[in-house]
Ligand binder design. Sequence first.
Ligand SMILES: C[S@@+](CC[C@H](N)C(=O)[O-])C[C@H]1O[C@@H](n2cnc3c(N)ncnc32)[C@H](O)[C@@H]1O
Length: 470
Amino acid sequence: MSMLFDDIVKKKYSCLSNSKIKNYQTFKDINLKEEILEIFNTLAEDSSWSFENLSRKETSYVSHGYHRYPAKFIPQLAKRCILSYSKENEIVCDPFMGCGTSLVEALVSERKAIGVDINPVAWLITMAKTTPIEPIRLKREVNSFLSDIYSYKSLKYNKTKPLIQIDIKPVTLENERIKYWFPQEDIRKDLGLILGRINKIEDENIKNFFLCAFSQILKNCSVWLMKSIKPTRDLKKKIVSPFQSFRKHINYMMKGNEELYRIMPKKVKENLKQFLIIEKGDARKLPIDSNTVSLIVTSPPYVTSYEYADLHQLTALWLQYTDDITDFREGFIGSIYKRDFLQDKIKSDIAEDIIIQLEKKSKRLSLAVNKYFLEMQQCFKEMFRVLKEGGKTCIVIGNTELKKVKILNAEVFVEIMLNLGYTVHKIIKRRIPSKILPSTRDSKTGRFTSNLKSDRVSYPYEYILVMEKP
Ligand SMILES: C[S@@+](CC[C@H](N)C(=O)[O-])C[C@H]1O[C@@H](n2cnc3c(N)ncnc32)[C@H](O)[C@@H]1O
């Protein structure tokens, strides 16, 4: 059964239930920390939010299967948040859009969508996923593309006479990191050829569609150890042919595009520019006017969990977003690689306790967690600025454990947000179905491991923090 945060606290005659109260700091007699901890301890699971029985096909419907992305949420969850807390034509924003799950769902539900992410690869994938292309046009482009590639290949590689002279400039990159991940020269050549042909496409939407497919096949075509969240080489891996995997994946994406084109409301499809803004940027400085957003649906990065910059380095290298992975990491929240440290104070006693406990185990981790909470605090301030009065957030977040210290992200976020002026509308506790549970990994290799052996533990629950700007 679903439990309203309000209902729990009302029983305890707490001021938290009063949505008119703006500044909880003035209520000195209330121990906010203890209240929040107890509320989370007694919160019941709402099974209707676990989406237990969805098949892979259902969670990757329309364009959702175009590209893998670490910790993406399921579209059905985003859709339910959008339908519950916003109306048609209102603005839905995701400041950590990742591969754009909530943006796609906002558009198909006839909402305006604004997405921001610091990762340029997220921008590329989201552009491709949110832009339906007329299927006949796309088919024509794909046919011409594949025919060019095969003609070129028979000319250059097999030295047989081609039917037509194809003018493609294959991309050749003299980057040591590319050689490291793609040690076979013929694989690098084939990828360079595909990319060279993509570069000839004039229509930006179609080009992004092809670039998204190119990005998706890179891991399979490299010696990257699959399913690892740490960049690790697997020199025994069977490398798949770039042409075969590209063709297969583009065919799969064409089916998704057809479905997207069919279900996207006409009004949105024909005026996409008025319905959609996607920016490469920082969630701490959103390119959005104050008091305009009705709903924020987002899942923030976790601390020291996924290094998004590292995980997307193959695309970043091929598409020349960077030559140097160290620079590419700049600005990512949750990264262990941090150079500067903020002086601000975290508006959460729960966070302070966690940092003190962690400091006894690892100075480096405690600094990273400290910085993470401070950066998230900046994001919550910024979200508050852009939200309209009465606007809501749906922040999807789970708790973790580092070196046996519980990192209570959800509790900390609620405490910070209350102290920034938000009120609680509802907290939903959902079970993460075991098939998509973020598995426990070995911190050195990134491989799957048991909870017992790991110094990082994930829990099978997460929370949706529905907070309101009063
Ligand atoms: C958990 S993922 C979001 C996944 C998304 N919900 C989806 O379905 O694909 C978190 C995202 O936060 C992004 N991120 C990290 N630091 C950021 C920052 N400073 N500003 C904006 N985005 C950031 C990462 O690049 C990553 O895409």
